[in-house]
Design a protein around this ligand. Structure first.
Ligand code: PMP
Length: 304
């Protein structure tokens, strides 16, 4: 990865190579952390962070779900992000806040351990590989199910939850695919390992019900963009074979942006990027750079 100068840790800007934690950090052993993934884009002479407020809102909600009280407010953290981007001299970059149970006591009970918080930023290109946005990717249905909400808190972007994604991601790569599509415990399509999923059939868009997936901020944006473009968008259970016979399918996510799905389980969905995906991706990539007036409300300009 591309290293930059500083990472913010519990109130201090620490040099990248010194941003370390104790080996007995609770979160390292028990997955007791929450994080966010946010992107900033270069726009003219400024840097635009996409839907920063909503990301930080989800961060605070994730912490609430796993019983962690943060000793910084949303506005304070937003101010830190502004400062960090400037200090690291970045324009387009990825932003990774994390809050976690730190070092004090070992054992499953986290309630007596401190809550630490840190924010890192670094330059990050196409998450699903070079050319993924243009050409699409090959995917498989994972043999790992997405977690049932009574097993893991699916609305929290919690570190422990991600072992599920990691297993499905490794399985995809070992099988020669780029990404896995995960089904919920009932067998319906949920999401990717770090993305939400849409399919297009007969000019209509479909995505899994909100209860089954992480409430993706890109997903929410795409639903609004697609509706504004005149498409109907339905949130309903989707089966894997509906995707096999869909006209187009794509992943959405902060890291993945709008990535076309070229194939699922070796069934070709579309030859690269289909026309609806193309149109939506186009609008999205302009939106994040603050080029569409209607969606400028989603842009946070970094104060330099
Ligand atoms: N689902 C999962 C499991 C994710 O990790 C992500 C990435 N945060 C998403 C969906 C997409 O969410 P967003 O658009 O907010 O990045």
């Amino acid at each position: 990865m591309k290293e930059v100068d500083f990472i913010w840790m519990d109130g201090d800007f620490v040099e990248w190579e010194n941003a370390k934690v104790h080996i007995l950090t609770h979160a390292l052993h028990y997955g007791t952390g929450v994080f966010e993934g946010i992107r900033a884009y270069k726009t003219g002479d400024s840097t635009a962070v996409f839907r920063l407020d909503e990301h930080m809102e989800r961060f605070i909600n994730s912490a609430k779900i796993i019983n962690m009280e943060l000793d910084h407010t949303k506005d304070e953290l937003i101010e830190v992000i502004d400062k960090l981007i400037v200090k690291n001299d970045l324009d387009s970059c990825y932003i990774r806040p994390i809050a976690y149970r730190g070092y004090k006591k070992m054992g499953v009970n986290p309630l007596n351990n401190p809550v630490n918080i840190s924010i890192a930023t670094w330059p990050w290109g196409e998450y699903l590989g070079e050319g993924a946005l243009k050409n699409g990717i090959d995917t498989q249905t994972s043999s790992w199910s997405r977690h049932h909400p009574n097993i893991f808190p699916s609305k929290a972007k919690a570190t422990g939850n991600y072992l599920n994604s990691v297993m499905a991601k490794m399985e995809a790569i070992e099988n020669g695919y780029v990404e896995s599509i995960m089904l919920n415990p009932q067998g319906y399509v949920a999401e990717g390992t770090g993305e939400n999923l849409f399919m297009v059939r007969n000019g209509e868009l479909f995505t899994a019900p909100t209860s089954d997936v992480l409430e993706g901020i890109t997903r929410k944006s795409i639903i609004e963009i697609a509706k504004d473009l005149g498409y109907s968008v339905k949130k309903e259970p989707i089966t894997r074979d509906q995707i096999y016979i869909s006209d187009e399918a794509f992943f959405t996510g902060t890291a993945a942006e709008v990535t076309p799905i070229k194939s699922v389980d070796r069934r070709i969905i579309s030859d690269g990027k289909g026309p609806v995906t193309d149109e939506i991706q186009n609008v999205f990539l302009k939106t994040v750079k603050g080029k569409i007036d209607k969606y400028k409300k989603w842009i946070h300009k970094v104060k330099k």
